[in-house]
Design a protein around this ligand. Structure first.
Ligand SMILES: Nc1ncnc2c1ncn2[C@@H]1O[C@H](COP(=O)(O)OP(=O)(O)O)[C@@H](O)[C@H]1O
Ligand SMILES: [Mg+2]
Length: 295
């Protein structure tokens, strides 16, 4: 399990009153959320609850109808590249890799906000940037080692099995050297062994000093991993608290879980969730359960 606060805890993310309306639909309503350094925070809720929309509001893909997003005491401008530059990285519910680039090149793309020479020189290997490029490649290779993909560095991203594509998304996100990582359904479509490995990876990322917010349907994964869990239902945060409190909350059980989660450590599937994607690796065609707004 995880360790929680200590004396040097600082606020990494401070979201206040974020609302996102699409015409007559309020997808996210007045949501507050804080994330402290060293924390792994879970965000759960039924399909359509507004979880991905909330991430899109944090990362500048959507401009919230109202509310503010502060990262380390600075209000973020709603522009994705500025958000990345400030220190927030994310992965997508629908995997978004450059399919025809190699694994290594995908990670190099993720580094471009942190390199002076920029994206094109990194990709085209223009002369005069050799040293910076070598540093970038070394750093990217380190991340591939860290995520267990180093042996596939030269493979095309599209040829990776699904679970490894999700890992590559994480490696690419880490390449921007974030202080906060947002993971949108990182284990969707993974089998139990891959899910367990992803848990370890998320803990390792936390131990590198990166705070994490993770959206996931797999309740076992969330409860194993998270210090704190927030529950969204129809755009509203109905409950927030320590994982062990949230999993026993009547409102959460009624709205989402169906029945209390029992921590049996034997291998098995997550608590029932009628809308959850399969976690057993079957019916896997490489497409996540994402929806059209996942961009
Ligand atoms: N760009 C958009 N335009 C219109 N409606 C949207 C858009 N993005 C999301 N929505 C709606 O907002 C609601 C929340 O969706 P989403 O954030 O994807 O939920 P979750 O990730 O919790 O499954 C859904 O009703 C969805 O259809
Ligand atoms: Mg979603």
């Amino acid at each position: 399990m995880t360790t929680t606060t200590n004396a040097t805890t600082t606020k990494v993310l401070d979201v206040s009153g974020v609302t996102m309306k699409f015409g007559g639909l309020t997808a996210v309503r007045e949501v507050d959320l804080t994330v402290n350094s060293g924390e792994i925070v879970g965000l759960i809720g039924p399909n359509g609850a507004g979880k991905t929309t909330f991430f899109n509001c944090l990362t500048g893909l959507y401009v919230p109808t109202s509310g503010t997003v502060k990262y380390k005491d600075t209000v973020l401008p709603p522009k994705p590249h500025l958000v990345t530059k400030a220190g927030i990285a994310r992965t997508f519910q629908n995997i978004r890799l450059f399919a025809n680039m190699t694994v290594l090149e995908n990670v190099l793309v993720g580094r471009h906000t942190r390199t002076k020479e920029g994206l094109w020189s990194a990709l085209l290997r223009l002369p005069g940037f050799k040293r910076a490029e070598e540093e970038s490649r070394a750093k990217a290779m380190e991340l591939l080692e860290f995520t267990g993909l180093a042996h596939k560095a030269d493979h095309l991203a599209r040829n990776l099995p699904y679970g490894e594509q999700r890992k590559l998304e994480i490696a690419r996100a880490l390449a921007s050297e974030p202080g906060l990582l947002l993971l949108d359904e990182p284990t969707a479509g993974m089998n139990p062994a891959e899910t367990r490995a992803t848990e370890e990876l998320v803990f390792a990322i936390r131990d590198m000093g990166i705070a994490i917010v993770v959206i996931e349907h797999d309740i076992r994964f969330i409860m194993n991993l998270c210090d704190r869990v927030a529950v969204l239902v129809q755009g509203e945060k109905i409950v927030e608290g320590p994982a062990e409190v949230v999993q026993r909350d009547e409102r959460v059980i009624a709205a989402y879980l169906g029945e209390p989660y029992e921590d049996t450590t034997a291998a098995g599937s997550a608590a029932p969730s009628p809308e959850a994607p399969r976690a057993d690796g079957e019916d896997q065609d490489g497409a996540g359960p994402g929806k059209e707004n996942d961009r």
